[in-house]
Design a protein around this ligand. Structure first.
Ligand code: SF4
Length: 154
């Protein structure tokens, strides 16, 4: 049986981002996954109890997650990551497609914590936790790679 794929809800057009917007991605591979009913949409920040819209938050050098005004949302981000992992484990999910650069979903890049639009190498809390548990995390920027791994487009 082919594994289902956990996908950031905002990439599927759900308006769940901090600014109340979506970031829909239109890619034939995503459409194939949808047609085969292989997608499980998830937003860790919403699942962790944060409202939409919500203040933007960034990972700080000490690992906490804070809004620009200093509000500590680490617990909500951590809960969202744990719920994402639980969902993956319940569904035997091996792959995830998560929105790049998000403090939850970023798999290669995050913002530097200063709210200055500067990106640094790093992972969001959910991407990190899933990776630590053997789930292969991809972003909307490397769908081609996942497509080859899943071998679904032949
Ligand atoms: Fe999208 Fe992830 Fe941010 Fe939710 S937490 S809005 S799924 S990037």
């Amino acid at each position: 049986m082919t594994s289902k794929v956990l996908v950031s809800a905002c990439l599927l057009g759900q308006p769940v981002r901090y600014d109340g917007q979506a970031k829909p991605v239109h890619h034939p591979f995503l459409e194939t996954l949808q047609q085969r009913n292989l997608i499980i949409p998830f937003c860790p920040e919403c699942a962790g109890g944060l409202p939409t819209p919500r203040p933007a938050a960034e990972i700080q050098p000490d690992g906490s997650v804070k809004t620009q005004r200093g509000g500590d949302v680490s617990a909500q981000f951590q809960l969202g990551a744990e719920l994402a992992l639980k969902l993956c484990q319940q569904n035997a999910i091996q792959f995830a497609i998560l929105k790049e650069s998000s403090p939850s979903c970023g798999s290669n890049w995050i913002y530097d914590g200063n709210f200055s639009a500067v990106k640094i190498a790093g992972k969001g809390l959910t991407a990190k936790l899933l990776s630590q548990h053997g789930i292969k995390v991809f972003s909307e920027e490397n769908l081609q790679q996942l497509m080859l791994e899943m071998n679904l487009m032949k």
